[in-house]
Write a protein that binds this ligand. Sequence first.
Ligand code: SF4
Length: 364
Amino acid sequence: MLRRLAELRGPAVPPRPLDARALAALAANPGCRRRALLDGAGVDKGALAQALGAPAAFGRSQFAFVRGHAFESRVKADGGAELVRLLSEQLGHKPPEPDEVDVPELTAAGPEGRTARTALALRQATGAGRWALLDHPMLALTIAGTPAYLEPDAVVVGPDGGWTVVEIKSFAMIDGAADAAKVGAAARQAAVYALALRGVADRLAAGRVSEQALLVCPKDFSNLPTAALIDLRKPLATTRRQLSRLVRVEEIAAGLPEGVCFDPDRPAAELAAAVAAVPAAYAPDCLAGCELAFHCRERARQAGLVERLGRSVRAELGGLATVESVLAAAGGDGGDPDDPAVAALRRAAALRAEALGREAAPCR
Ligand code: SF4
């Protein structure tokens, strides 16, 4: 299977590891086999989109990256004392003195070694009755048959044995509130980490993963950190359910013709054919979370698919999959009149014609 995935990626192309952001986006669109396969095979979707002539419009600038890195270092300064103070304040505990926070060493060779080292540190810190800050621990999660190694900003172990995921973001929290869409995205990422942490807790039969994550952001327009707890119960339940629905990568790969390859160095026409060989489930939400969104949107547009109007519209239209079939149904030239979607469209077309003072006609 690993050989097949390497063939799909391109023999000389190193795999791009799955991260929590990718997993959260996968969970948001579990019906997309295209994304599941490309992520599972470690294809660099950004490079692929570029080679297809439809580069993604999102990603962090170098400036934002440096700024985010500097803010994270500031939050974790003094042996994690400030970060643990922010969490203990949110939990209503007395903040510990700096020498009451342990920062275990987590370095090890390779992701498997780092995952094992993290599990050991979690086991040792749990039940020690002290605070411990795990800085960039490594967690493993198997998704659709593919192992993913995840690196949260931090995990804090409390004196009560509770494990809390920490997300450090560079967007501002103004008057105690931050952009709801950004907080939602942070919660979905934190839920992926919490899911992986639960796996560790189950294996160790120790520790309790908190259903709240600590979100740390710059306060107002300063560089001072402030924090809030975010509720993970709903994103955890959704992420677990959606990830369990993903079709296994082997199964998708088995349905592809021989010779399909997503190596970005191949000609654009060949890549477009390879991408088209894997079924997609485009929705406007893809624009916020997938590097291939512009390419998939264009293909959905060319095929006249109603998916590009959004999931709720798609669901309302039942078996009518294209804009053309919708217009035909509305104009009485197609569709089953007993289909509630067709009946509603005809009624809407009649009302529109009445409002415009003319006979019902196709809404073209
Ligand atoms: S943009 Fe394309 S590949 Fe990405 S999730 Fe949407 S449909 Fe799937």
